[in-house]
Write a protein that binds this ligand. Sequence first.
Ligand code: FES
Length: 124
Amino acid sequence: MEYTDKVMDHFQNPRNMGKIDNPSAVGEVGNATCGDIMRIYLDIEEDVIKDVKFQTYGCGAAIATTSIMTELVKGKKLEDALKVTNANVAEELGGLPPVKMHCSNLAADALQAAIEDYKNKNQE
Ligand code: FES
């Protein structure tokens, strides 16, 4: 299977790549298969994701899936963002070659880690 145009577009022009200064939360996960790292920054106001950015040492597939994921969750409430799964992200991209599925998992896993971080920081 080849990469779809949408994957190539997000790989070549990733959305929301970078870093947020003073983020509300940060999530970082490593990919056990390849050793790459993904970091997600969230700016959260009243349980809504106002801004999201990512940094990664991952490959093109990881960049493309995370770029798509950031577009999916921006403006969403945390509870709805948590429902964005790895499968949704890959589907949104029009599929990924099976050998690259582990790369796409970084996006939703890092997002969930960031939301977890936010919850831990904001416990009463
Ligand atoms: Fe590491 Fe794709 S090969 S994230």
